[in-house]
Design a protein around this ligand. Sequence first.
Ligand SMILES: Cc1cc2nc3c(=O)[nH]c(=O)nc-3n(C[C@H](O)[C@H](O)[C@H](O)COP(=O)(O)O)c2cc1C
Length: 385
Amino acid sequence: MTVPEVGDILFLMNDLRLHPSRPEESERVRTRLRLCTFVSYGPLVLPFRTLLSPLAGFTNLPFRRVVHELGGLGLGTTDLVNARGLLAGSEKTLRLIATHPIDRPFSVQIFGGEASIMRDAAQLLEARGVDSIDINMGCPVPKVVKTGAGASLMCHADAATELVKAVVEAVHVPVTVKMRLGWDASQLTAPRFAREFEQVGVAAVAIHGRTRAQGFSGTVNRDGIRQVVEAVDSIPVIANGDIRSVDDAISMYDETGCQAISIGRGALANPWIFRQLAEWESTGDWSPAGSFNDRLLLMRTQFRYLQEWVGEETAVSAFRKMSHWYTKAMRVGPALRHAVQSAKTGEEFEQVLQEIALAGPRGATKDGLLPDFEIPVPSGPNEHW
Ligand SMILES: Cc1cc2nc3c(=O)[nH]c(=O)nc-3n(C[C@H](O)[C@H](O)[C@H](O)COP(=O)(O)O)c2cc1C
């Protein structure tokens, strides 16, 4: 067997097309999606139907920028932002809502248990030019839930609807709600909530197909998401949970009847997934995710954006979580992965990247396909997302 040259591998990667594992299901879904060409949040037409789910600590501006640059992203959402913190003008909170011309359209996700605070925060965001506002009703973290915000709103139907109504009426930009299927298996309230929220004017709802009690355990209940799709009249339902590949997305569309999806953890392992899905929708196949070299470039670019955003010192520590996933997906050996985590300055970080570039991936080529990588799912107690 001849060993391919680097140039050949690049050519191979550019030319290589990946195909759905269940072609009939894929064609059925593509045919249906052609009937609803655009996903709109009221007057806001999204350029693609795959959205980035909020992931606190990860979906900051630098990450949203690189994902947009790779293509296929319909809308990025910020990490959840404390409505009170926003009104207090805290520097840290204001940094979370920073944006960039490429980061459009973008949505800011706010949380809070008091309608008046949420309303004022929404007005502040509108005045700052955000495209859309998302209300968090899914957060299971005790520090959020005990204030009457996040998933606990799902236990108080009237208060939740009043809060949503107050926000919708206070702004002109589209307002969306992100929630879980319910508090626990005995209270799958999402269909009823979605219907009520639609009646008070929300532009879309995003559903993570698990209950609060489930945390991240078990599998996503696609049938539960389907019930939400069937409960609303016309607003888009954005289906979310466990989508790691184009095949997963196809099944999500097929089994729920949804118009749009959002992806969180899958985007950490594969930020190219949005582009792959856009390609699949228009052609039925798609190009591979980035190679080792592409990912190295992505790491450098994202780190540069991080430095612009928070300065070098904070960027080095803030990038550790991302480089953890990135270097794992790149098949970097444990010693160099550890070295990235230990870098203290931008210069040290760049030195380690150069060593990583020299070493290359384990069990793969620098410009070829990388073996699939499954990001471990946070699970267990609800203190963790
Ligand atoms: C680390 C982490 C942080 C998260 N932060 C948020 C958040 O700020 N707001 C929110 O609504 N959901 C948050 N979520 C939930 C995700 O948006 C998403 O609903 C969930 O991870 C399921 O989708 P996925 O399987 O595509 O990741 C978070 C999840 C994780 C793992």
